[in-house]
Every structure is written in C-alpha cells, then in structure tokens.
Design a protein around this ligand. Structure first.
Ligand code: GDP
Ligand code: MG
Length: 443
C-alpha cells in the first residue's frame, strides 16, 4: 500500500546516507523531501507539519549515538516518529470482565464492516477458542443479512437475525438475550452504514450503544478513501466515542495516508488492518512494524509471526538454516508447498521482506496456488539425487520429468526456473538484505 511513499523515503535516505557529513542545508532539504513525500501519500497536512517539526527538532538536538552516523541517526528518528505517529504500540481488543464481550462494528456503507466482523470472529475462534455470535442489525439493505449469513456460515458462527422489518435496536435487544442463553462469549453487532454520516444513522447507533454498553466500538474505514477516512473517523468519534479503528483494503492501491493520520487526528488506535477479501486477511496493527514497512525495511516481524503460526518451529529453523547455506532442495520445496499455501501467496510474503516491496524480480515472480499440484507432480517424478541436488537439473532430465509427471515441458522449465529464482531470493534475503538493513540502521 505504501510503495510510492516508501520509494520516495528510501531515495531521500539513500541520498543522505551517501553524504559523509550532514549539513544544516542537507537536513533542511531532507525535511522538505519527507514533507512532500508524506503529503503526496495523502497524510493529513497538520499531521505532516507536526511530524516534520518533531523530526527536525530531534535531529538537530540529537546527541550522536554510538555507532550511528548523522544520516543513520535521521533514519532512526524518522522511524521512531513514524511509529509514534501511528500509536507506538499495538492496542489489544478490550475484553469484558464477564461474558459476553460486546463488539459493535460501525462505519460507512462498503467500508468493510460485515467482512471485518467475519474476520474478527474467525480470529477470536482461532486464537481464543471463542464462541462468538453475530447480530444482524443492518436492516436497510436486503442483501446485508444474507451477506452476513454467508460470511457466518463460512466460519461456522451463529447469526441472530429478525429480518428487515424490525427496529435494529429491538433486534439487538433480543439478540443479547439470545447470546446470554447460548452463553456466547462474544457478541459482534453488524450495524448499518450510510453513504455519508447522517443524523438518523447516528441516533440509531447511539441507541444501540446505550443498550449494550459495548466493550469495543470499532470504526471500520476504507483506507483507499484517504483523507475522507480521516474525516469519517473524526465524525464517528465525535458522536460515538469509538474505541478503535479497523483500516480495510490496505491491500489495494492506496497511498497509505489514512493509516498514518487517523491515530494522530482522532487519538484513537488502529487495532486491525484488513489486507484482502478473505476471512484470514485481518492483522493486528503494529505501529512499529508499519513504520519499518513504510521506510522499506520490510515487515519482518509480521512475516515471522505469520510463519510461526503455520510452521513447525523446528522445521522453520531448519528451513532458515538451509536457506542460509543455500542447501534448500526440492524435498524442502515439497514440504514447504503445503505450508506456504497456508500462509497465503508467496509473492505477498516476499513483498513483506526488507527491500522486497519494490524488487523488480517480484513483478515477474508469480506462483499461482493452482500450480502447486502440478509442481508437486513434477517434483515427485524426480529421483532422490535430483531432489537433493537441484543443480543436477538439465534439459534431458527435464524432458524425463515432463513425461513422468504428464506436464508440458514448458511447465517443467518454468518450475525449475522459479525454484532457482526462489532459492536465490531466499538466499539474498537471509544473508544480503539482513546485512543491508543492519547497515542502514547502523548496526
Ligand atoms: P460494509 O458495507 O461496511 O458491511 O462492507 P462489506 O463488508 O460488505 O465490504 C464491502 C466490500 O469490500 C466487499 O466486497 C468486501 O469483500 C470488500 N473488502 C472488505 N475488506 C476488505 C479488505 O481488507 N481488502 C479488500 N481488498 N477488500 C475488502
Ligand atoms: Mg455490511
């Protein structure tokens, strides 16, 4: 989501890094470039002003930290201030002392309330073994209840609904009773949205709030709407005193400004980000990781966490070792295929790694999950020697693999090429780019 900004900041930092000494004029020029880059990314202008002022003050007054040259110092300050701007630390979900914890999803139409309700329920189920229930309180769009039901079915969560002819506040009242009977530990209320904030909607939401005393009022905003998302957040917060924000569609072509301004403007934390339409595409928002992602240092921690969730830890360590030694072979590849499908598209994972977001090699690298079965078939046609020594591959062996797996030769060629590319990239990431990152931070 931040490619443009990242590229600009990286260029600015690169320029600075090449200088043996940073003069006042250099600093001013750097600040000007950062300011423009942030404005270009659609960050709120007031937020930008404060940000630049703080960075400038800190950079001017900074003691020289051991081991850091002035340019690295500035990178460090920018990174810290980006983190501060976005809220410093992750804000966990509030939990009620007695069940149920009530979560009210609010936001404009199409922001992603219903989808996010589903994602959140799935997360709670998986991570907390929770037993959530939805209340269908959007009665204005006939399709809304059906949509919630489809989402709920896909993750096996019950929905309380009373059709579209009952007052939403009454639906919520009865839904709460139902949840008490069923002893659900979470109630997630899917409310209606409007194209823009209006009084009738707010009245209804306030009534639902007064009735349920929610532990969370999560405002769902579409990151793609940029400054409008920030205005929306201000509007909802004024009337509902929201407890947190979920920023959706960060996977889209956004400039990222909303992510960077909402916290500073409203004072309310971003708790989650949505990065895709699937139920799995909801991540806890970590300001520090987002800052390093924006600075182009990769979202290493998110990646590691994702990997840990799906990988056997020992196996992951083994893989890491093999990648470093460049001994990652086709057997490992076969093992990884299953794991990777669980982690999401390989390209997405690679993009989160340091320096990878803008790597031109990634533009050509694309592994369709449907191809995995074919890849498996090809590898399974290899001899043990070929699997453990990928360098053995040659045209006649490839021809044999094509015949053995029943796949066309072009596909075999492509697979071998992709495997080699991947091996090279993994090696680069585990060795080269870590060094690059440490270098950048003066480590
Ligand atoms: P609501 O009107 O606020 O309930 O919004 P919906 O949940 O119906 O979402 C509107 C559209 O946005 C749907 O097509 C969703 O699939 C899509 N959507 C929601 N969250 C995300 C996200 O994080 N990324 C992407 N790409 N699409 C999303
Ligand atoms: Mg909806």
């Amino acid at each position: 989501a931040f490619e443009g900004l990242t590229e600009r900041l990286q260029k600015t930092m690169e320029k600075l890094r090449r200088k043996p000494k940073v003069t006042d004029a250099d600093l001013r020029e750097t600040m000007r470039e950062i300011r423009l880059a942030l404005l270009e990314a659609d960050v709120n202008f007031k937020v930008v002003k404060d940000f630049v002022k703080t960075v400038q003050a800190k950079a001017t007054g900074a003691e020289v930290l051991k081991g850091l040259n002035p340019a690295q110092q500035i990178v460090k300050i920018v990174n810290e201030e980006l983190t501060n701007m976005m809220g410093e630390t992750a804000a966990p979900l509030n939990k009620a002392p007695h069940i149920p914890t009530v979560i009210m999803m609010v936001g404009l139409q199409g922001a992603g309330k219903t989808t996010t309700a589903g994602k959140l329920a799935l997360k709670l189920k998986e991570e907390d073994q929770a037993r959530p229930m939805f209340i269908a309180a959007d009665v204005y769009r006939p399709a809304a209840i059906t949509q919630l039901q489809q989402v709920a079915d896909s993750i096996d969560v019950p929905v309380f609904e009373m059709g579209t002819d009952v007052d939403p506040v009454e639906i919520v009242r009865q839904g709460m009773t139902q949840a008490a009977i069923q002893k659900n530990d979470y109630v997630i209320i899917d409310t209606a949205g409007r194209l823009q904030i209006d009084e009738a909607l707010m009245d209804e939401l306030v009534k639902i709030k007064e009735l349920t005393h929610p532990n969370e009022i999560l405002l769902v905003v579409d990151a793609m709407t940029g400054q409008n998302a920030v205005n929306t957040a201000e509007g909802f917060d004024d009337q509902l005193d929201i407890t947190g924000v979920v920023l959706t569609k960060l996977d889209g072509d956004t400039r990222g400004g909303a992510a960077m301004s909402i916290r500073a403007v409203t004072g309310k934390p971003i708790k989650f980000v949505g990065e895709g339409e699937k139920m799995e595409n909801l991540d806890v928002f970590y300001p520090d990781r987002m800052a390093s992602r924006i600075l182009g240092m990769g979202d290493m921690l998110t990646l590691i966490e994702k990997a840990q969730k799906n990988f056997d830890e020992e196996q992951a360590a083994e893989t890491m070792r093999k990648m470093q030694e460049n001994s990652f072979d086709y057997n490992d590849f076969l093992d990884q295929i299953d794991q990777m499908t669980k982690m999401g598209p390989l390209e997405d994972l690679l993009k989160m790694m340091p320096g990878m977001a803008n790597n031109p090699a990634l533009k050509n690298l694309s592994i369709d999950p449907k191809q995995f079965l074919h890849i498996k078939a090809i590898i399974q046609s290899m001899t043990e020697a070929e699997r453990t020594n990928p360098d053995l591959m040659n045209p006649s062996r490839k021809k044999r693999l094509a015949a053995g797996s029943g796949r066309p030769i072009v596909e075999v060629n492509r697979m071998v090429k992709q495997f080699d590319q991947m091996r090279k990239m993994m090696n680069q990431i585990t060795n080269g780019n870590f060094a690059g990152m440490q270098n950048m931070m003066g480590g």
